[in-house]
Every structure is written in C-alpha cells, then in structure tokens.
Design a protein around this ligand. Structure first.
Ligand SMILES: *Cc1c(COP(=O)(O)O)cnc(C)c1O
Length: 490
C-alpha cells in the first residue's frame, strides 16, 4: 500500500479518501504515460474478454465488494495491462487522441466537482468556459461570435454547443436542418418527401442520424464521387434535379472535412456555393479536420467551411482531449431555436437572465463540463501550439507517404491531405487484414484498415505526438516481415 494516510484516517467518502486514491492513481498513471512514451509495454492490451473478466476479478468485486486501497492498486495494475496504449508512439490506430496533460487533468476536476452544466446554475464556470471556447471556434471558422446575454444592438451571429461526441453533434446539426426545411416535423412527425445528399464515404453517424430523425435511410441520396471518394461538385446539379423531379425536397447537403476512411477533403467552397445558390442547408462534418483551421499551413484545405450552415468539430481527435468532446456550430444562432421546440418546466423558467442554458441546444439533459478539457490545452499550449501539433502530424504523414511510394511492394491509392493514410502491401485484401491482425496481437503497432475504391487497405492515423519517421519506418519493416512469413505478396 502506498501513501501516508492509513485507511482509518481516510474514511469512505472523505476528501482524505479521495486524496489517498487519487494520489496513488495519478502517480501510477504518470508512470504509465512515461512507459507508453518509451513504448516499453506492447501498444495493445488485447486478450479474449473471458480472460480480462477473470484477470480483473470482476465477478468477485461485483458480488462481494470490499475493495480497499491496496486491492485498488492491484486492480488498477491489471486494468492498465489490458488497456489500449494511446500514449505509445506505436498507436497509429483510431482517430482518438492521446490526451494532452492539461486535458487529462480537466477530467480529474470534473470527476470530483461534477458540475452537470446544461443549465447555468449547475456550473457557471463550466458554462462560461463553454461559451468562450465556442466563440473562439466560431471566430476560427470566420463567423460572428455570440454576444453575451443582455448585450445590446445584437445582430446576426453564430452559436454552438459542446456535445458528447461527433455522432451526437451530427445528429443535432441535421435536426436543425430538418427544422428549417420542415418545421412542422417536431409536432406532426416527419414528412415523407425529405432527401439528404450525402457523400458515398460519409461517417456512419450521418446515415444513423438520418434514420433516427425519422427520414428513413431511403431518403439518403449518395453524391457522386471520384475514384478517391471525393465529392464531384459538378455533379450536384444533376443530383438535385433528380431529387426535385422525384417530388422530394432536399433537406441538407453533407460534406466531409475530412473523410474518416481516407482523410481526404470534399471541395467545401464549391459545394457551399452550390448550396447557397440553391437555398440548401450545408452541413460540414469536420469532426477530424476542423482543427487544421489552427494551422496557417493547412487551413486552406478547409476553404469554404464558412459557407456551412452547421459544422461539427471534434476536440477528442486533433485537439488532444480525452473522449468525448465535440462542438456543433451553426452559422445562424436562430437555427438552434428551431431545432428543439420542447420546454421542460423543471429546467427552464422563462429566459435565463444570468447565463445560458445549453440544454436548450443539446440532446443531452445532464451534460459534463466538456469545455475545460479543450480550454486548458488551449490556455497552456496556446493556439499556435495546438496548430503546430496538427501541422506536425499532417507533415509527418505526408513524409511517410513519400517514402512508402518509393518502396517495393507498397501501394498508396492517393496523396494524403491530413494525418490519415491508406496503403497496402501487395494486392491481396485478405493479406491486409492478416497483417493488421498480427501487428495488433503482437502489440507492435495498433493500426486500422479501410476499404477504398473497393479494395482493402491498411490505414493509419498519426495522432500521437511522439510518433516519428523512425516509428513509421519500423512499421513498414514489420509489414514486410509479416507478409513474408505469411507468404505474400506474390
Ligand atoms: C470521428 C468522426 C465522426 C464520429 O465522431 P465521434 O466523436 O466518434 O462520435 C463523424 N464524422 C467524421 C468525419 C469523423 O471523422
């Protein structure tokens, strides 16, 4: 057992118990982070579920309780053993951040004070942080920030809300779109003539949102794309004409910035101009890519993002916070009023004179103080620091792509535009899956796989700040090695 306090001095529920457990956890976790940085442990903690349940003694703890501080230490040890190590440079898997330290500490603060701040009185600091942070994001997009409550001479402005993840933010954005095209839908139910233009390779949360909103998947009209899966804006006219000829109304046009599988950007300016010219709601799913707005070198990839009516920006991807934290931003704040027509008499008593009740804009009722995670990263690293992180990851991905292109046996289907890269070794789909599986099980690299243009590829996301060219060269070596053991590529 560690720590200076004994169990008698730290009774259950006391601040002293908190200190005792937290001090141990923080010390152990800081060692875990250091070990991950040096890639001492395998990057993956994968094992059969049945084994993990036994090793963590889950059945026993649930049945008997009685975990004391000493047992907690052993439990944490096992818990960390079976964790995916996002802090390892060999983590090049899913688009989730190795949280930067200020953001990680924000989670600790929320965990202790628990200010579920969807109504102002439940966390004035958290509301103020979310308000200021959203306005910072809004300014980065090039929109008018929201004035403070009670400001005079208010003109048109944008607004936003932080949600528990990009999927929920996409749903909220499309709900606002539905309210504009079919305001009666909230009361009367959804009319049958709505359609949504969606890129072929949009994130699955878009199709889910459409289904959840009651439009039915049949209302999704897939937009034509090139061989890389990027939307061809010159084909939008025809797509819209088809929708209208079928007697349907286009509720929204969705674009990727960037696409989850490939990391490629749809041409936002061209699509946005098309939407503006035709009076269509433009929803930009910039979950992954919006953070490039902070990079002078790469923000051009997002040109036209300001034409969006709604856009989604995940902080738990490239702003290095823990999951979850996403922003939904709408160009015209009034669109939030249409989105949720409900009133909850126990939460809202007329308009709030002191602050803002974010619950009016959110699907969630109880909501965590998500803004602090982003805010502390921003305050400690500075906007330039956050931008440099994005830039370094994008640049490294491009450098690796250049190396890989010249290497025998490797094939890259496109030039990367972000920190997501698809490539394959040989041409056999099954080989790619086998390679990924071996890398994961051996704990050497945690990477993913995706289908592009009908072919299976290996896919990596350079999102850990410690990944460098040497890490990625070692990956290429490991892939060659595994492929030769497996008898490919021939
Ligand atoms: C990651 C991602 C999402 C999903 O966001 P979550 O925060 O995981 O719910 C949606 N769209 C795109 C383009 C993404 O990259």
């Amino acid at each position: 057992m560690t720590g200076d306090t004994t169990e008698a001095e730290s009774p259950p529920g006391s601040g002293a118990e908190y200190a005792r457990l937290a001090e141990y956890a923080v010390r152990r976790l800081s060692r875990y982070i250091e070990e991950c940085h040096r890639a001492i442990e395998p990057v993956s903690g994968i094992a059969p579920l049945s084994e993990v349940i036994v090793k963590l003694s889950l059945d026993r703890w649930i049945r008997e309780g009685g975990m004391d501080a000493g047992a907690f230490e052993s439990f944490l040890e096992e818990y960390l053993r079976y964790s995916a190590r996002l802090h390892s440079p060999a983590f090049i898997g899913h688009q989730t951040a190795a949280p930067d330290m200020p953001a990680a500490v924000a989670d600790l603060i929320h965990g202790a004070i628990n200010n579920p701040m969807a109504v102002y009185e439940m966390g004035p600091s958290a509301v103020a942080v979310e308000f200021a942070l959203l306005n910072w994001m809004i300014t980065k997009v090039g929109w008018q920030p929201q004035p403070q409550p009670g400001a005079s001479g208010v003109s048109a402005h944008a607004a936003g809300v932080l949600t528990h993840g990009g999927s929920l933010a996409n749903l909220t954005g499309l709900l606002a779109a539905r309210a504009r095209t079919a305001p009666e839908a909230w009361r009367e139910g959804v009319p049958a003539d709505l359609a949504v233009l969606v890129p072929e390779n949009s994130h699955y949360s878009i199709a889910r949102a459409v289904a959840i909103l009651g439009l039915g998947e049949r209302s999704i009209v897939r937009m034509e794309t090139d061989e890389r899966g990027v939307v061809r804006p010159e084909r939008l006219d025809a797509a819209l004409a088809q929708v209208r000829n079928e007697g349907r109304r286009c509720m929204a046009v969705v674009a990727n910035a960037c696409a989850t599988a490939t990391g490629l950007h749809d041409p936002l300016a061209a699509i946005g101009e098309f939407c503006a010219a035709n009076g269509l709601w433009f929803h930009v799913d910039a979950c992954h890519g919006a953070s490039a707005l902070l990079s002078p070198r790469y923000r051009g990839r997002l040109e036209g993002i300001g034409l969006a009516d709604s856009l989604v920006w995940d902080a738990h991807k490239m702003l290095q916070t823990s999951s979850l934290c996403a922003a939904l931003l709408v160009r015209d704040a009034r669109d939030f009023e249409g989105a949720f027509h409900q009133e909850a008499s126990y939460l809202f008593y007329g308009s709030n004179a002191d602050g803002i009740d974010f619950a009016r804009r959110a699907i969630e009722c109880t909501k965590a103080g998500l803004g602090l995670k982003v805010f502390l990263n921003l305050a400690m690293r500075g906007e330039a620091g956050l931008g440099e992180f994005v830039e370094s990851r994008y640049r490294l991905t491009h450098e690796f792509w250049q190396r890989l292109r010249g290497r025998a046996g490797f094939d890259c289907p496109y030039e990367p535009e972000s920190n997501i890269l698809c490539f394959r070794y040989g041409e056999d789909d099954a080989l790619q899956i086998a390679i990924r599986d071996r890398l994961l099980r051996s704990g050497r690299f945690h990477m993913t796989s995706a289908v592009v243009g009908g072919n299976r590829y290996l896919r990596l996301t350079v999102i850990n700040p410690h990944t460098d060219l040497a890490t990625l060269s070692a990956l290429a070596d490991a892939i060659e090695e595994i492929a030769s053991e497996l008898g490919g590529p021939c």
